[in-house]
Design a protein around this ligand. Structure first.
Ligand code: AMP
Ligand code: TRP
Length: 329
């Protein structure tokens, strides 16, 4: 094994194709070469989700999606953040070695807080410190994340170094970001210039991992297209064609250029038929397994409880040692 991976996903909503192709599929592959710890970060989600039923539902749905996609709870640790106290216990210590000025530079806070910063919850402001605690509580060496999390990862490294400088040289390894390629960015089926997202009001804009075969096929057929003959990859001029082509290549695990050559003279209709078939072929088994899992929430809860116990066994001694270093023990 080449190191220890930690990554997190917020249960703010269910999982769509963008999450799957942009993040989860990569997490699945990393299991072959790293010790992997994957966390459903409900404490982070609480910065925006204030509905208990929704939190519970999303947490189970994300767990089911991860397992159905190939995260193997026997090989990797899969758990829910709030079940392991080490995260919040370490977060407080890290809050005390993180200058306010560092957090003031975080662009995600600015975006999420919007115009009325004074009304934003404090949790949203210190969100990146909890994220650093997630990673450092396991002394993780590598962190796979999307481009948007790069700034938070750099902050995690700075926070680790800040703690080490004050209390113990080399106590926390500086975690290496593994930035997932922009090429994996999946765009909306209704507008090729917008990211596919769970927060888009139109359900036709995305493919959810909970969609059945018929729904998937119909969303692909109705996806926005243009009137140019042939399919080509030109993100500026033809964002929709380019997006569908990228989705095809990602799902088929083929080079985009290769797929583009194959469909260079195809009509949109026939390309979409092939893409719909491919989506159904790749996503139906995941969908079926997810349904099976969601029909048996006790099983999901048991898997998560086992994951939490294993996570706790790693994180607790590390946080205890940090507590000793600061003088709490
Ligand atoms: P989110 O739920 O938006 O916080 O995203 C969770 C993970 O999925 C992050 O690593 C994102 O970078 C990734 N992700 C979300 N939407 C997309 C998308 N449309 N294309 C590619 N990756 C995405
Ligand atoms: N902030 C990350 C996101 O929104 C989720 C996250 C929380 C995370 N803790 C983490 C990612 C630790 C990597 C490591 O995508």
């Amino acid at each position: 094994m080449q190191g220890r991976i930690f990554s997190g996903i917020q249960p703010t909503h269910g999982i769509q194709l963008g999450n799957y192709l942009g993040a989860i599929r990569n997490w699945v592959r990393l299991q072959d070469s790293y010790e992997c710890i994957y966390c459903i970060v409900d404490q982070h989600a609480l910065t925006t989700v204030h509905d208990a039923a929704e939190m519970r539902r999303n947490t189970r749905e994300v767990a089911a999606a991860l397992i159905a996609s190939g995260i193997d709870p026997a090989r990797s640790i899969l758990f829910v953040q709030s079940r392991v106290e080490a995260h919040s216990r370490l977060a407080w210590v890290l809050n005390c070695v993180t200058p306010l000025g560092w957090l003031n530079r975080m662009t995600q806070f600015k975006e999420k807080a919007g115009k009325h910063k004074e009304n934003a919850p404090v949790g949203l402001f210190v969100y990146p410190v909890l994220q650093a605690a997630d990673i450092l509580a396991y002394r993780a060496t590598h962190v796979p994340v999307g481009e948007d999390q790069k700034q938070h990862l750099e902050l995690s490294r700075d926070i680790a170094a800040s703690f080490n400088r004050r209390f113990a040289e080399d106590f926390f390894p500086l975690p290496e970001p593994m930035i997932q390629a922009e090429a994996a960015r999946v765009m909306s089926l209704r507008d090729g210039t917008k990211k596919m997202s769970k927060s888009d009001p139109s359900d036709m804009s995305r493919i959810n991992l909970t969609d059945d075969a018929e729904t998937i096929a119909s969303k692909i057929r109705k996806a926005k297209s243009d009137s140019i003959l042939g399919i080509s990859y030109e993100p500026e001029a033809r964002p929709e064609a380019s997006n569908l082509l990228s989705i095809y290549a990602a799902l088929a695990d083929r080079e985009r250029a290769d797929v583009a050559a194959e469909y260079a003279e195809a009509t949109f209709a026939s390309f979409k038929e092939h893409l719909a078939e491919l989506c159904v072929e790749k996503l139906s088994p995941i969908n079926a397994e997810m349904r099976g899992l969601l029909a048996n929430p006790d099983h999901i809860d048991a898997v998560l409880a086992d994951g939490a116990a294993r996570a706790e066994a790693i994180a607790r001694p590390i946080v205890e040692e940090a507590y000793r270093l600061v003088g709490f023990r």
